[in-house]
Ligand binder design. Sequence first.
Ligand code: 4NP
Length: 170
Amino acid sequence: MAKHRLLFVCLGNICRSPMAEGVFRRVAEQKGVTEMFEIDSAGLGDWHVGQAPDTRAQSAARRRGIDISGQSARQVTHADYTSFDLLLAMDGSNYAALTERAPKDARHKIRCFLDFAPKIGTQDVPDPFYGGREGFDHALDLIEHAARGLLAELLNNARTAKKKAYSSSE
Ligand code: 4NP
Protein backbone atom coordinates (compact mmCIF):
# COMPACT_ATOMS: atom_id res chain seq x y z
CA MET A 1 0.00 0.00 0.00
CA ALA A 2 1.22 3.53 -0.80
CA LYS A 3 2.63 5.40 2.16
CA HIS A 4 0.86 8.41 3.63
CA ARG A 5 3.21 11.34 3.20
CA LEU A 6 2.84 13.93 5.94
CA LEU A 7 4.60 17.30 6.14
CA PHE A 8 4.41 19.27 9.40
CA VAL A 9 4.83 23.01 8.82
CA CYS A 10 5.53 26.00 11.07
CA LEU A 11 7.30 29.30 10.64
CA GLY A 12 10.94 28.52 11.43
CA ASN A 13 11.04 24.68 11.45
CA ILE A 14 13.04 24.71 14.68
CA CYS A 15 10.30 24.53 17.36
CA ARG A 16 6.75 23.34 16.65
CA SER A 17 6.98 21.33 13.43
CA PRO A 18 10.09 19.35 14.47
CA MET A 19 8.32 18.49 17.74
CA ALA A 20 5.20 17.46 15.75
CA GLU A 21 7.34 15.28 13.46
CA GLY A 22 8.96 13.58 16.47
CA VAL A 23 5.68 13.10 18.33
CA PHE A 24 3.83 11.70 15.30
CA ARG A 25 6.70 9.29 14.66
CA ARG A 26 6.45 8.17 18.31
CA VAL A 27 2.66 7.60 18.28
CA ALA A 28 2.95 5.67 15.00
CA GLU A 29 5.72 3.54 16.55
CA GLN A 30 3.54 2.86 19.58
CA LYS A 31 0.77 1.55 17.26
CA GLY A 32 3.30 -0.44 15.21
CA VAL A 33 2.42 1.39 11.99
CA THR A 34 5.55 3.43 11.18
CA GLU A 35 5.95 1.73 7.83
CA MET A 36 2.66 3.27 6.68
CA PHE A 37 4.08 6.79 6.82
CA GLU A 38 6.67 9.09 5.40
CA ILE A 39 7.06 12.02 7.80
CA ASP A 40 8.95 15.28 7.45
CA SER A 41 8.75 18.89 8.61
CA ALA A 42 9.56 22.26 7.04
CA GLY A 43 9.33 25.99 7.71
CA LEU A 44 7.78 28.86 5.81
CA GLY A 45 10.85 31.04 6.45
CA ASP A 46 14.49 30.31 5.58
CA TRP A 47 16.19 31.86 8.65
CA HIS A 48 17.15 28.58 10.29
CA VAL A 49 17.80 26.33 7.29
CA GLY A 50 20.31 23.60 8.15
CA GLN A 51 19.98 24.11 11.92
CA ALA A 52 18.99 21.46 14.45
CA PRO A 53 15.78 22.11 16.40
CA ASP A 54 15.94 24.82 19.08
CA THR A 55 17.62 23.37 22.19
CA ARG A 56 14.49 24.16 24.24
CA ALA A 57 12.39 22.08 21.81
CA GLN A 58 14.95 19.27 21.99
CA SER A 59 14.87 19.31 25.81
CA ALA A 60 11.07 19.42 26.02
CA ALA A 61 10.81 16.47 23.62
CA ARG A 62 13.55 14.60 25.49
CA ARG A 63 11.62 14.98 28.76
CA ARG A 64 8.91 12.91 27.03
CA GLY A 65 11.40 10.37 25.74
CA ILE A 66 11.49 11.68 22.18
CA ASP A 67 14.78 12.48 20.44
CA ILE A 68 14.47 15.18 17.76
CA SER A 69 18.17 16.20 17.80
CA GLY A 70 18.90 14.63 14.41
CA GLN A 71 16.47 16.84 12.49
CA SER A 72 17.66 19.68 10.26
CA ALA A 73 15.53 22.70 9.34
CA ARG A 74 14.51 23.27 5.75
CA GLN A 75 12.11 25.59 3.95
CA VAL A 76 8.86 24.49 2.30
CA THR A 77 9.37 24.04 -1.45
CA HIS A 78 6.99 24.05 -4.39
CA ALA A 79 7.65 20.33 -4.85
CA ASP A 80 6.31 19.63 -1.33
CA TYR A 81 2.80 20.39 -2.58
CA THR A 82 3.13 17.51 -5.02
CA SER A 83 5.21 15.09 -2.93
CA PHE A 84 3.11 15.15 0.23
CA ASP A 85 -0.49 14.01 0.75
CA LEU A 86 -1.13 16.27 3.72
CA LEU A 87 0.52 19.53 4.79
CA LEU A 88 -0.22 20.23 8.45
CA ALA A 89 -0.01 23.87 9.53
CA MET A 90 0.79 24.60 13.17
CA ASP A 91 -1.37 27.74 13.31
CA GLY A 92 -3.84 29.81 11.33
CA SER A 93 -1.17 32.14 10.02
CA ASN A 94 0.95 29.20 8.78
CA TYR A 95 -2.21 27.82 7.16
CA ALA A 96 -2.88 31.11 5.36
CA ALA A 97 0.73 31.41 4.13
CA LEU A 98 0.83 27.78 2.95
CA THR A 99 -2.48 28.19 1.14
CA GLU A 100 -1.39 31.42 -0.54
CA ARG A 101 1.73 29.74 -1.98
CA ALA A 102 -0.06 26.54 -3.00
CA PRO A 103 -0.98 25.58 -6.54
CA LYS A 104 -4.81 25.53 -6.75
CA ASP A 105 -4.99 21.77 -7.17
CA ALA A 106 -3.04 21.21 -3.92
CA ARG A 107 -5.03 23.45 -1.59
CA HIS A 108 -7.15 20.54 -0.39
CA LYS A 109 -4.00 18.95 1.06
CA ILE A 110 -3.50 21.75 3.59
CA ARG A 111 -5.02 21.41 7.05
CA CYS A 112 -4.55 22.98 10.45
CA PHE A 113 -2.92 20.30 12.61
CA LEU A 114 -5.22 21.08 15.55
CA ASP A 115 -8.27 20.25 13.39
CA PHE A 116 -7.39 16.73 14.51
CA ALA A 117 -7.85 17.69 18.17
CA PRO A 118 -11.27 19.39 17.94
CA LYS A 119 -11.87 19.25 21.70
CA ILE A 120 -9.03 21.70 22.27
CA GLY A 121 -11.11 24.41 20.59
CA THR A 122 -8.29 26.37 18.94
CA GLN A 123 -6.49 26.21 15.59
CA ASP A 124 -3.20 27.47 16.91
CA VAL A 125 -0.24 25.77 18.53
CA PRO A 126 1.15 29.00 20.06
CA ASP A 127 4.64 29.85 18.88
CA PRO A 128 6.94 29.12 21.88
CA PHE A 129 10.05 30.71 20.32
CA TYR A 130 9.98 33.97 22.31
CA GLY A 131 8.85 32.44 25.61
CA GLY A 132 10.11 29.98 28.21
CA ARG A 133 10.08 26.29 28.89
CA GLU A 134 6.32 26.19 29.73
CA GLY A 135 5.49 27.31 26.18
CA PHE A 136 7.32 24.32 24.77
CA ASP A 137 5.58 21.95 27.20
CA HIS A 138 2.20 23.44 26.34
CA ALA A 139 2.91 23.17 22.59
CA LEU A 140 3.84 19.51 23.10
CA ASP A 141 0.59 18.84 25.00
CA LEU A 142 -1.43 20.20 22.05
CA ILE A 143 0.76 18.39 19.52
CA GLU A 144 0.31 15.05 21.33
CA HIS A 145 -3.49 15.39 21.19
CA ALA A 146 -3.49 16.27 17.51
CA ALA A 147 -0.97 13.54 16.61
CA ARG A 148 -3.20 10.89 18.21
CA GLY A 149 -6.29 12.33 16.50
CA LEU A 150 -4.57 12.47 13.12
CA LEU A 151 -3.25 8.92 13.42
CA ALA A 152 -6.67 7.60 14.45
CA GLU A 153 -8.32 9.31 11.46
CA LEU A 154 -5.73 8.05 8.97
CA LEU A 155 -5.93 4.49 10.30
CA ASN A 156 -9.70 4.65 10.14
CA ASN A 157 -9.59 5.92 6.52
CA ALA A 158 -7.15 3.15 5.62
CA ARG A 159 -9.48 0.52 7.14
CA THR A 160 -12.48 1.92 5.24
CA ALA A 161 -10.53 1.96 1.96
CA LYS A 162 -9.42 -1.64 2.52
CA LYS A 163 -13.01 -2.78 3.18
CA LYS A 164 -14.23 -0.98 0.06
CA ALA A 165 -11.52 -2.57 -2.09
CA TYR A 166 -12.35 -5.97 -0.62
CA SER A 167 -16.10 -5.68 -1.19
CA SER A 168 -15.70 -4.43 -4.78
CA SER A 169 -13.39 -7.36 -5.58
CA GLU A 170 -16.02 -9.89 -4.49
P1 4NP B 1 8.62 27.70 14.95
O1 4NP B 1 9.13 28.90 15.90
O2 4NP B 1 7.85 28.34 13.82
O3 4NP B 1 7.75 26.91 15.84
O4 4NP B 1 9.86 26.98 14.49
C1 4NP B 1 9.86 29.99 15.39
C2 4NP B 1 11.23 29.86 15.27
C3 4NP B 1 11.97 30.94 14.80
C4 4NP B 1 11.32 32.12 14.47
C5 4NP B 1 9.96 32.23 14.60
C6 4NP B 1 9.22 31.16 15.06
N1 4NP B 1 12.09 33.23 14.02
O5 4NP B 1 11.50 34.28 13.78
O6 4NP B 1 13.31 33.11 13.86
